[in-house]
Design a binder for this molecule. Structure first.
Ligand code: IFM
Length: 442
């Protein structure tokens, strides 16, 4: 049997990613809490509740788990509604608690990467129109400054906004995120203001901390035309991808925000990313559907030969990771893979998904693509937005009622990779022997 090891460079960041509302528990002052109280908004009427009880202190044991499993980094987020519970009040105790958490990462030799906005907004901000209000970018930049001033001794990697495209699309076009609108005009204003908020925060962060490295976490869904010979499929695929994938990162590079047939020039956003962060989960094939008006003239399917996750949400398409990395590399910055993972309570698909996506990542690094780190979504099962607790993305399982964690086999697989800083043939043979021959063809 052939033996080989695919090495990653020294200093590569191996981590997991989490977000405040999904893990903290007890967040009752933001728009998602309010949304969860409305009947029919969350699958099976679930609530975030205690989540993973990080605000109650269980972050300590979860970060112990991450460190013991060989991880050397962690991506977390700050809850704006805790830091600024009302428009004219900063909560210093909340800032202290976050400082304790990032110091806890530091003590465990986990490099902290901190996201400032991960889907949730303070209730008071939403009462003022949320991101539709042109004053919100300035408010966000001030909040960013406050957080960086408090945490700068321990953190120099910052993500301004997580998945601005998803926030805009799901909240203002599909209406499954709060505020539940289906209004492309509002979506354009929100998108524009998110880009301005990112740019303002980028400047404030650098003003406080010269050595900061700042980026956004842009979601990329790999779209391919279903019928390669049909120009309409190619055309609609490009158009969907331009709106869904390209609008935000392009604006953060060029200052030109193009979304849903409209355009705005945002000069302050030009070249406002020090690294390029993306979240990749899956790929879809797209075909032109002239009668599907509400779906923007397209129908989508997962590639027919791909394994599908347990709730049918994610297809395992490692080549989509390759396509995503090639796309990300066009922006000419060091790259961080800020989320990648699969919902899989029984850990049947996850080991294979993880190995195959990391293998593609390694290949791209051998093509000299400057990838600096990988953050698996997620450390422990957490509250999955409008899908409640029905999706299990954690390396560790969680019973939210009892707060008992369960170590899934993927913990040990990921630990082997993190500890060796490599994918070895022994690891593949041990954890996913069925893909051994494909990865090490002898
Ligand atoms: O849980 C989410 C996360 O908050 C944002 N990116 C996708 C993940 C899985 O759906």
């Amino acid at each position: 049997m052939p033996q080989a090891t695919f090495h990653f460079p020294p200093g590569f960041l191996w981590g997991t990613a989490t977000s405040s509302h999904q893990v903290e528990g007890g967040n009752s002052n933001n728009n998602w809490y309010a949304w969860e109280q409305e009947p029919g908004r969350i699958l099976q009427g679930h609530h975030s509740g205690l989540a993973c009880d990080w605000w109650g202190g269980r972050w300590r044991q979860d970060l112990d788990r991450a460190a013991e499993a060989g991880q050397n980094a962690h991506r977390m987020s700050i809850e704006w509604s805790r830091i600024q519970p009302t428009p004219d009040q900063w909560d210093e105790a909340a800032l202290d608690y976050y400082r304790e958490i990032v110091r806890g990462m530091y003590d465990r030799k986990l490099t902290p990467l901190v996201t400032l906005h991960h889907f949730t907004d303070p209730l008071w901000l939403m009462e003022q129109g949320g991101w539709e209000n042109p004053e919100t970018p300035g408010k966000f930049a001030r909040y960013a400054r406050k957080v960086v001033e408090a945490l700068k001794d321990y953190v120099n990697l910052w993500v301004t906004i997580n998945e601005p495209g998803i926030y805009t699309w799901l909240g203002y076009i599909d209406g499954v995120f709060p505020p539940g609108k289906k209004d492309t005009k509002a979506a354009f204003s929100v998108g524009q203001n998110l880009v301005k908020g990112h740019a303002g925060a980028y400047r404030e962060i650098h003003d406080v901390q010269r050595e900061a490295r700042v980026g956004a976490a842009c979601h990329y869904r790999s779209f391919v035309p279903q019928r390669t010979g049909l120009p309409f499929d190619t055309w609609i695929t490009r158009s969907i991808s331009a709106n869904f994938n390209d609008s935000f990162p392009n604006a953060m590079k060029t200052g030109r925000f193009r979304f849903m047939g409209k355009q705005a020039i945002i000069n302050e956003a030009v070249d406002t990313q020090d690294f390029f962060g993306f979240n990749y989960y899956t790929e879809e094939m797209i075909r032109f559907a002239p009668l599907a008006v509400k779906e923007f003239f397209n129908k989508r399917e997962f590639p027919h030969d791909a394994q599908i996750s347990e709730n049918g949400l994610i297809a395992n398409v490692p080549d989509g990771m390759t396509r995503t990395i090639k796309w990300a590399n066009r922006f000419g910055k060091p790259i961080l893979i800020l989320e990648n993972g699969v919902e899989d309570a029984n850990d049947i698909l996850r080991p294979r998904y993880l190995l195959e996506h990391l293998h593609k990542t390694w290949h791209q690094m051998n093509e000299n693509v400057p990838i600096k780190g990988y953050f698996h979504w997620s450390l422990v099962d957490n509250f999955e937005w409008e899908r409640g607790w029905t999706q299990r993305f954690g390396l560790w399982g969680l019973d939210p009622e009892t707060q008992v964690r369960t170590r899934r086999p993927s913990v040990d697989l990921y630990a082997a990779i993190c500890k060796e800083n490599a994918i070895s043939s022994a690891t593949v043979e041990k954890f996913v022997p069925e893909i051994f021959a494909g990865m090490f063809p002898g």
